[in-house]
Design a protein around this ligand. Structure first.
Ligand code: FMN
Length: 201
């Protein structure tokens, strides 16, 4: 049987709290022998979808208008068996970078039109990192989980410590803030273990 691969994405433009949170969950997943690739938005300049429709017309998984730092991501995204997407909370939402990437995968619609179950054997989980204790982490988890659902990806719960994903309070202290949030770390480890289990089933 082909071994399964997980894609982990840090939605922050910095290698700081969100990246650290992702690493903690990924550690649990790698422990189980699952291959994980990590993508991030550090120093990645890219253009936003302007709904020109060319990707759909030309049946291209990639944006055909722009050649930039995320060119190639959309076609590689479909190759993974599972996803773990993390975002800092920006104005009670996911970052513009992450939303911009989701929008650039507009032509996933083509895949789903041909095969509504293109993503149905895949799974996804979410992580949110806020500077405030109650800064909108749950809304970020919902945004990421809803993106999975829009593709037909099955959402994985982290169980009792991370029902809809892992929520972390960084206190705006980058990686160190994450390590100090013991409940957040517990939710990250619980989520990582659930993802590994789901990938092995
Ligand atoms: C533009 C912007 C908006 C933010 N909005 C929120 C917010 O709504 N709620 C919150 O808890 N933290 C907010 N923060 C703080 C970040 O979520 C927090 O510092 C987070 O740890 C940053 O992640 P990073 O270190 O991975 O970049 C915001 C930060 C920025 C730069």
């Amino acid at each position: 049987m082909k071994s399964k691969k997980l894609l982990a994405i840090s939605g922050s433009p910095r290698k700081a709290a969100t990246y650290r949170a992702l690493e903690i969950a990924v550690e649990e997943i790698r422990k189980k022998g699952i291959q994980v690739d990590i993508w991030d938005f550090v120093n990645k300049k890219f253009n936003l979808c302007i709904d020109c429709g060319r990707c759909l017309k030309e049946e291209s998984l990639e944006c055909v208008l722009h050649d930039d730092a995320i060119t190639g991501w959309a076609s590689r995204f479909v190759d993974y068996d599972g996803y773990l997407i993390a975002s800092p909370v920006y104005d009670v939402n996911i970052t513009a970078q992450l939303q911009g990437f989701f929008n650039r995968m507009r032509s996933n619609w083509l895949l789903l039109e041909k095969n509504p179950y293109a993503y149905s054997s895949k799974m996804g989980a979410a992580i949110a990192v806020g500077g405030s204790r109650y800064g909108g982490q749950e809304l970020v988890l919902n945004a990421i989980n809803n993106y999975y659902l829009s593709l037909g990806i099955k959402v994985v719960s982290g169980g009792p410590f991370a029902y809809v994903g892992a929520g972390v309070w960084s206190k705006d202290q980058k990686a160190e803030g994450v390590d100090l949030d013991t409940e957040g770390v517990q939710s990250l480890r619980a989520l990582g273990a659930s993802v590994a289990k789901a990938m092995q089933e």
